[in-house]
Design a protein around this ligand. Structure first.
Ligand SMILES: *[C@@H]1O[C@H](CO)[C@@H](O)[C@H](O)[C@H]1NC(C)=O
Ligand SMILES: *[C@@H]1O[C@H](CO)[C@@H](O)[C@H](O)[C@H]1NC(C)=O
Length: 432
């Protein structure tokens, strides 16, 4: 059989001259003990051609490309050439130049120095030293391998459609995805208030993932529409480890959106048209470094999602004042107005690959009881109200489907406002 690895390594070289040739995909990153070469597959040139066509659509020609030490290619793409503007609803969209009105802070300014051992952090590709030029945005380039790890080209960049199993779904469960192997440890607001955004500071770990098609993420959900119907609007952001999506086990900054309950609309990051990036320093989907170490330094990221009161776009901010970009108002139905609920917390997929609960970790892999330096946390949980003011969220409920596998414990303090520890190891004697 012909060796077509060169095709996979450099997708731009792909031509139909490989018509009779099979690609045997064997080059996978080998990181932290995970061996993704188990996912070797034969790929026909027809399929490869379809993948290549799709990649040409989403990988825009860069002004320059930056090689990240983690193996990523970051393309610096002219702002007006970014994938967002391919969306049929955004044909005449003008990229916002004027920054949105930031939410007003009602709480006392937090003394960052008082957060023991926790500090700010950044992305791995910055270590290269090269920056994206003005007027461009950094976009993580997708490779043939990225697509081949997905269940299909259609599934690439999408969360698996949820199959809600009513028998397993708790009557009061705010989510959505009980069943289908998705497990959660989350905090959530009630549904009687109108929300215009949410913020939290999340510490970053690298939970281990047992199977390539599992993931572990820690994120904020901003939701509207019916939780178990076909019309759920969701905006999501946080960090995730997803071998399937990225080919390694590094934690990465990610976003997600959908307007139809994860069916046809929306995707992770900039893997489909919709999200408009404005920032030239933050690459969505790029890995985060450094990360928290057990009983040592803790690193966290602050994520703010809110609706611009003037134009109605949903913005995402990073840290105290960095704007990353926005989801244009045109994309949404229910979220065109306000959010009906906010959730914060962890989600993993447990595939029960070997007939038992996998040892895929959530958060730090420790249960919440272990506390600071050992357990993963969300601190300073806040929501944005109709006045565009940030306030500490008061009434939250928590949910974990199986507390022997992953759990959550919320609390309050002056420094951390409303906060919680969450996570767990997955498989253990009490979680078989
Ligand atoms: C990964 O797994 C494959 C097949 O199971 C094996 O042939 C290969 O040697 C492994 N690679 C590493 C680096 O462990
Ligand atoms: C950074 O990336 C650029 C563009 O790919 C490359 O030319 C350069 O050698 C890289 N620098 C380092 C220090 O790796």
């Amino acid at each position: 059989m012909a060796d077509c690895n060169i095709v996979a390594k450099n997708p731009h070289l792909l031509h139909l001259s490989f018509l009779l040739c099979f690609l045997f995909v064997s080059k996978f990153h080998h990181v932290s003990g995970l061996n993704y070469s188990n996912y070797n597959r034969k790929v026909t040139s027809l399929r490869l051609g379809r993948i290549q066509k799709h990649l040409e659509k989403i990988n825009k020609p860069p002004l320059i490309k930056i090689e990240s030490p983690d193996g990523d290619i970051i393309d610096c793409v002219h702002k007006r050439k970014q994938p967002a503007l391919d969306h049929p609803l955004l044909k005449s969209h003008k990229i916002q130049r004027v920054p949105p009105e930031m939410p007003k802070v009602k709480r006392m300014k937090q003394n960052e120095a008082s957060v023991k051992g926790a500090s700010r952090q950044w992305q791995t590709w910055h270590r290269n030293g090269t920056r994206c030029p003005k007027g461009t945005v950094p976009i993580r380039r997708s490779s043939v391998h990225d697509v081949l790890r997905a269940k299909s080209l259609f599934h690439f960049g999408k969360k698996q459609r949820r199959l809600v199993d009513p028998a397993r779904r708790r009557a009061d469960a705010p989510d959505i995805v009980s069943g289908n192997g998705h497990e959660h440890a989350i905090a959530y607001t009630g549904t009687t208030q109108e929300f215009y955004g949410a913020r939290a500071t999340i510490n970053v770990w690298d939970p281990s993932i047992e199977e390539v098609n599992e993931f572990s993420l820690s994120q904020i959900w901003v939701l509207s529409g019916s939780l178990d119907g076909p019309d759920l609007n969701s905006i999501e952001a946080g960090w995730q480890v997803s071998p399937e999506l990225y080919g390694d086990s590094r934690p990465r900054l990610f976003t997600y959106w959908t307007t139809d309950s994860y069916q046809a609309t929306g995707c992770y990051n900039l893997l489909c048209a919709g999200f408009v990036q404005t920032n030239s320093r933050v690459a969505i989907g790029a890995s985060i470094s450094p990360i928290s170490q057990y009983a040592a330094n803790q690193y966290d990221i602050t994520i703010l999602i809110w609706k611009d009161p003037k134009l109605g776009n949903w913005w995402i901010g990073f840290g105290d004042s960095t704007l990353i970009g926005y989801w244009p108002a045109e994309l949404f139905t229910h979220l065109a107005d306000h959010a009906a609920m906010v959730e914060w917390g962890g989600e993993v997929v447990n595939s029960r690959a070997k007939g038992q609960h996998t040892s895929t970790q959530m958060g730090s892999g420790q249960f919440p009881g272990d506390g600071f330096g050992k357990s993963s946390y969300f601190r300073n949980l806040e929501v944005v109200d109709a006045d565009n003011s940030l306030t500490s969220v008061r009434d939250i409920s928590t949910l974990a489907e199986n507390t022997n596998c992953y759990n959550i414990k919320s609390s309050n303090s002056n420094e951390w406002g409303t906060f919680f520890y969450y996570g767990g190891p997955g498989n253990n004697p009490r979680c078989p």
